[in-house]
Design a protein around this ligand. Structure first.
Ligand code: UT7
Length: 332
């Protein structure tokens, strides 16, 4: 019997309407459009506004659009995995909320927390469920409402992140397409450089944690930058080597959108020219778990069946990795 592969058969994204430009941020923190553009590549990002709106409010339209594109009903979903560091609640899982809101009554699901590598980790686990033969339709969501945990008085972090997310549908195929290989890593000793200090069981919410502003993203940018540049480039290079892919064989690098300089370093290490590197950081900033599905969504019309894609990410934790995908369908 030929081997079962997990193929992405549809992709969709969602970003909220409200645009926050670098010029808007100039008015609230000591920064400039020039600094943000030159150091990160970001020009604007999106923000989810409105009382009571959480990450699921972006995931739901993303998944509903995904199902519509594929022409299937929510009841056909077997499993929904949601990667996010800004879940609707500490519990229940946002995957539960999404399934309820879209009417995925035959699905089970869970959340996965791996910061900016969350979508990669979700893809890898979703892939294994499909390859088991027991699951036919697995949805992997990557979504974050970063504005919920940003301190808009901290110019080190508030300029980088944005809100948004996307989703893919995984289905089995016996063709030589789909998710072919993955290299995923964690190094918990890096956790102090990028994290949210309070709100978990170590430092539950209290007046003190609020007063000390410990519920926001904390990042030592320079240190994270150094680790990200090295590790994202190396893991992307390693997955090429392991699969005997030359630079010419890589049709697309799909990099996590944290900083244009990290993306360029990764592409250089792989020898992939900029016209084959997906880039939308200028419009959305860093949406954490959302960057990779948003890239696939933006570039979907340029992807052809058989194209070799390398997805790569680096994030808080630290977490990082790369996934090699043979794209499964031509533009519609
Ligand atoms: O997605 C998850 C993983 N995260 C990442 O991969 C992010 C990695 N880090 C980065 O992308 C970059 O480190 C940042 C974009 C966060 C910062 O860029 P940088 O080139 O590393 O700047 P820096 O932190 O070394 O700061 C350089 C200078 C400092 O001033 P002094 O000390 O040289 O006077 C900062 O205070 O720039 C200053 N600065 C700013 N100036 C204007 C920091 N943030 C800003 C700002 N506007 N927003």
């Amino acid at each position: 019997m030929s081997q079962l592969h997990a193929a992405i058969t549809a992709v969709n994204g969602y970003v909220p309407d409200e645009v926050v430009t670098n010029f808007d941020l100039e008015k609230i923190v000591d920064t400039t459009d020039e600094w943000i553009r030159s150091r990160t590549g970001i020009i604007e990002r999106r923000k989810l506004t409105g009382e009571g709106k959480g990450s699921s409010d972006m995931a739901v339209p993303a998944v509903e659009g995904l199902l519509e594109k594929r022409g299937i009903s929510a009841k056909e979903i077997d499993l929904l995995i949601c990667a996010s560091v800004t879940p609707d609640y500490v519990f229940p899982a946002t995957s539960n909320v999404i399934c309820d809101k879209i009417g995925a009554t035959n699905a089970w699901g869970y959340d996965l927390s791996a910061a900016c590598s969350g979508f990669l980790f979700g893809l890898e686990t979703g892939r294994r469920f499909i390859e088991s033969g027991q699951y036919k339709k697995v949805v992997v969501v990557g979504v974050d409402k970063m504005s919920a945990i940003l301190n808009y008085e901290d110019r080190n972090t508030c300029i980088i992140f944005g809100d948004g997310g996307g989703a893919v549908l995984l289905e089995p195929t016996t063709e030589e397409v789909g998710i072919m290989d993955s290299i995923l890593k964690v190094d918990g000793s890096g956790r102090e450089f990028l994290h949210q200090k309070a709100g978990g069981s170590v430092l539950p919410p209290s007046h003190e944690t609020i007063d000390q502003r410990l519920h926001y993203v904390y990042q030592e940018g320079k240190t994270v930058f150094k680790f990200a540049v090295t590790n994202m480039a190396e893991v992307s290079y390693d997955i090429m080597q392991r699969n005997n892919l030359s630079s010419d064989d890589v049709d697309w690098l799909v990099p996590h959108q944290a900083n244009k300089r990290i993306i360029d370093a990764t592409a250089n290490r792989m020898g992939v020219p900029s016209e084959r590197v997906m880039l939308n950081i200028q419009r959305y900033g860093n949406t954490t778990s959302g960057t990779l599905p948003l890239c696939l969504w933006d570039y979907e019309n340029q992807l052809k069946k058989g194209d070799n894609l390398i997805l790569a990410a680096f994030g808080g934790g630290f977490t990082w990795g790369a996934i090699y995908i043979k794209w499964a369908y031509d533009p519609k």
